[in-house]
Design a protein around this ligand. Structure first.
Ligand code: SF4
Length: 495
């Protein structure tokens, strides 16, 4: 059995993936790499190449058979070579290939991984910045091997992030203010769980979640969940709740969730504080209601009257951005104005700050040209607001922080998903994404494979080829997303 940093990452994403990679039916695994995953991969490779170009002298250990590289790595470490690129570390059943190993002034080696994302998660300004668990897991594996080989005596590693910043990871830190478990202890726990799966001591079940659509086992797991009436098919009911309900309350299926006796469970929780810990009455009641609706395939339900503004202009708004290069390339609006409908786009057709700023400034010029308090803006998810917060910091001359806050605080600027669909309604669906809801309501995207992730890939293709047909595809896809938002809004207004 060999455990690699990729397996730790997979386990972090989904514990079942490690099991499937080992035991799943290979003939049913999706063979084509998802184009978005490929794009991320290509960008990561490109970023790594750019960093390595400017890093100075190093010993390149990236070529050759694994055995040769293991041998060369050991020799280089013994010879105290200052910087090693793609060394192969192995000890017992652990195998790690850090991007770099760097000799420190005190003679020990520390690992460095090059990542195209941010070095931390959370916002520094809001004081909630933390080391990323999945980056830390990989660094821990390298440090453990280095320690066992005698080349390291501390628990520290480094990330070079997407902006080229070097970020120190102290692996002895606690995971959070309320979680005293250290990154190192978390790693040891994950490692043991992966070990148990690979040795066949433990197995686990699929659990449908947002990451499944990018996974090669998607169809196999989806079918398993359907065949087994698995509770993760219920919207918002994830792996940890499913496993807790199963282990502590004997609830195994969607039918069981629909039949929950919430009051009896609450009475048991009162007697035993450890029983279904973290699952409050609201979560249990919502799970039961959603499971009932999912099973009956009944009509969507609104729990309160939904009041939406009556205005001259209704704007259905959606942005497209490429998170791999922190770039917003399209602000799309589908306008409904006194019975007329039309699409407006504000698009950056080159990757440059000038193009991004101009598209955003044009968007705001349009918004400010509308009659005050006689227009409503509908969007779907908190992504638009969060992205605009970042754009405002980048381009404060376009709009001030106060103006942006006032825009999103206006009662006629409505996040349909966060404020209405999630809080006030339920649907007989596993996911309440705009794609699922609008499709359920009969809307069809013109594109055969509509997805935000693919739009990013198309945009990158467009930048390389400058082909108007690709730009047309991007715009049509965004327009359809905006129209889908309108379809959902109209349904909500009628519920
Ligand atoms: S499809 Fe989902 S549940 Fe199945 S292995 Fe992949 S991520 Fe895990």
């Amino acid at each position: 059995m060999t455990i690699t940093s990729s397996q730790l990452y997979n386990y972090y994403q989904c514990p079942h993936k490690v099991w499937m990679d080992e035991n799943g039916p290979k003939d049913q695994e999706i063979q084509e790499t998802n184009p978005f995953v490929q794009l991320l991969w290509d960008k990561g490779v490109q970023h790594e190449a750019n960093i390595i170009k400017g890093i100075g002298a190093y010993l390149d250990l990236s070529q050759g058979s694994r055995e040769t590289r293991v041998d060369q790595t050991r020799k280089a470490l013994d010879a105290k070579v200052p910087l090693l690129y793609q060394p192969v570390l192995t000890n017992g059943h652990l195998l790690g290939i850090p991007d770099l190993l760097e000799l420190q002034a005190d003679g020990q080696y520390l690992p460095i991984d090059i990542k195209s994302g941010q070095g931390f998660e959370g916002q520094a300004e809001e004081g909630d910045q933390k080391q990323k668990k999945h980056y830390a897991l990989q660094l821990c594996l390298y440090v453990e091997i280095l320690q066992s080989m005698g080349y390291c005596n501390t628990r520290v590693g480094f990330i070079i992030d997407g902006d080229g910043n070097r970020v120190a990871y102290d692996l002895n830190l606690a995971l959070g203010l309320k979680n005293p478990q250290t990154y190192w202890a978390y790693y040891e726990q994950m490692l043991q769980e992966v070990r148990n799966i690979l040795s066949g001591k433990e197995s686990n079940d699929p659990a449908l979640s947002g990451v499944c659509k990018l996974c090669s086992w998607y169809y196999v797991c989806k079918q398993w969940c359907a065949d087994n009436d698995d509770p993760t098919q219920v919207f918002y009911l994830g792996r940890s709740v499913r496993d807790k309900l199963k282990a502590e309350a004997g609830i195994h299926t969607v039918a069981d969730v629909a039949a929950l006796d919430v009051q009896a469970l609450l009475a048991q929780k009162k007697k035993d504080k450890t029983f279904l810990k973290g699952l409050a009455e609201g979560s249990l009641t919502s799970a039961k209601r959603r499971a009932e609706l999912f099973r009956s395939k009944g009509a969507p339900v609104a729990y309160e009257k939904i009041n939406l503004p009556k205005v001259q202009y209704e704007l259905f708004f959606d942005i497209e951005d490429d998170p791999t290069q922190d770039f917003v390339y399209l602000h799309g609006i589908y306008v409904r104005e006194n019975g007329k409908e039309y699409f407006k786009d504000f698009t950056a057709t080159q990757i440059s700050t000038a193009a991004e700023e101009k598209a955003w400034a044009d968007f705001w010029q349009y918004i400010w040209s509308l009659p005050k308090d006689d227009f409503a803006v509908y969007y779907y998810s908190s992504h638009e607001k969060a992205t605009y917060g970042r754009l405002q910091k980048k381009y404060p001359v376009v709009i001030s922080e106060e103006q942006l806050a006032a825009f999103f605080d206006h009662p006629y600027v409505i996040d349909l998903y966060t404020n209405i669909v999630l809080k006030l309604t339920d649907w007989p669906l596993s996911s309440y994404s705009i794609k699922e809801l609008a499709t359920y309501l009969g809307f069809k995207w013109r594109d055969a494979t509509p997805s935000g992730a693919l739009s990013i890939q198309w945009f990158n293709d467009y930048i390389q080829k400058n082909d108007p047909a690709i730009l047309k595809r991007i715009l049509e896809y965004n327009e359809d997303d905006c129209i889908a938002t309108m379809v959902v809004k109209d349904k909500l207004a009628s519920m």
